[in-house]
Design a protein around this ligand. Sequence first.
Ligand SMILES: [Ca+2]
Ligand SMILES: [Ca+2]
Ligand SMILES: [Ca+2]
Ligand SMILES: [Ca+2]
Length: 484
Amino acid sequence: MCHRTKSGRVGIRRPLAVALLVAGSTLACGPARTAALDDMRQERVLLHRNAPRGMEFVPTSSASGAAGTSKRLKVKVAIEIRLDGNPVDNAYSSLLPIDVNGNGAFEYLHWNGHRIMRVYGRTGKKLWQITNRSGRRTTPALYQHRDQAAVLDLDGDGKDDVLHCWQSGSTKRLVVRNGATGREIRSIGMPGQSLSTGALCRISVYRKQSDRQPIILLSQTQPGGRRACGGRNYTDNWVRVAAFDRKLKRLWATNTCDAGHVTAAVDRNADGYAEYVFVGKYSLDFAGKIRCRLAGWDRSDHVDAVRVARLDPRSANPQVVAVGRTSGGAFDPRTCRRLWSVPVKNVQEMAIAQLDPAPAPLSIIVTRRSYGTLRETTLVLTSKGRKVRTIHAEIQPMQNAQLDGNRRTDELMAMFGVVYDRTGKVLLSRDWYWGLGGTDTRTRSLDDDFNKWTAYPVLFDMDGDGREELVTWGRKRIVEGEFR
Ligand SMILES: [Ca+2]
Ligand SMILES: [Ca+2]
Ligand SMILES: [Ca+2]
Ligand SMILES: [Ca+2]
């Protein structure tokens, strides 16, 4: 039975949540389950997106979904926005959807490091822009990696704001900016924090179970410069987790050398609010206490990808799956106890998806990095870690998605927005946007490709009609594609 309970969700577009009591555990279900999943699909983009390291898992298939066929996808260019500015800076920018006026349709936040940030409306009009001519830039040296930011309402007026890293002179800052005007709402200085090209901005925002308020997690370097953390004092490793409230009041900071590149929240009762979080290999509560560290993980090695999912739908307990250079496997999130190990070495990319029709257990897709070689490196594992299939393509999975006619199985979206079905067949290539604006379509190398278009487009319901669009950007354009 489902019990309806009101939840006053802050800054979230769907206010209702419903809980189901099953064998001592509370799981959301029914309309509220759907609403919570819609929220989570938004939040995995708006609040904690680090797509080059993979997106958090959110269920997108269900046993009651239509069992149509998995067919080739078509995308039509719906919106094309001309970008001004340095084409290389544009290609190496990040992008997030932002609803600046709270009407349910999303505008485009486009920024590069601490150098330039702007918002374009859906008609292509630039709504605002800030520049810092001497600010840190993300450049080709960063390869596929980009700065993060978060989009949420932080001043309570119902309209999205931007939470991002910036700088004044040689001081790094954490800034909250009005999404509609670009005006700074508040900021704090972070003296001593690196402003090097590689000092990536890592921000994850979660909604805490305890009070349903957002908590801001920011990766900072530790004092001690290059010597700290065994010479790996990098923000990209989440070496120190600093936490702030929505007013940017500092709550706590916890040292976590060699943690990993990404975070993943544990939502035990599936109501959309997090009970605790994994920051790479460390599980932290929202008071900053380290709950546990993934069992058997090398002290000096970090986690490359980490996801949380209920791998077997018959179980009320979620699992945490993590991969990296020295280790990989599934763990009990409550204790960090290892449940099984990934049967191959040096896996750095991973996604969780519903590859067998729901309600079958989920699959785990792991890829060994070998850019440009012909080695078969993408493996499909069962929820118990057994290898069931090798996909004869190097798929760098970014996320699971629901895009085709079969709503009982997920599709996989990978680099450059290429979509694969469960067998590794390409359902959507990048052809629909690659040649726009005269970009040379001949590929000389992957490095060239990174200079043309982002490797990690955004999949998001931009116009609020319940269907996701695909937004990509490159040297001279932002393009929004509609699935047909
Ligand atoms: Ca606001
Ligand atoms: Ca929860
Ligand atoms: Ca599907
Ligand atoms: Ca849509």
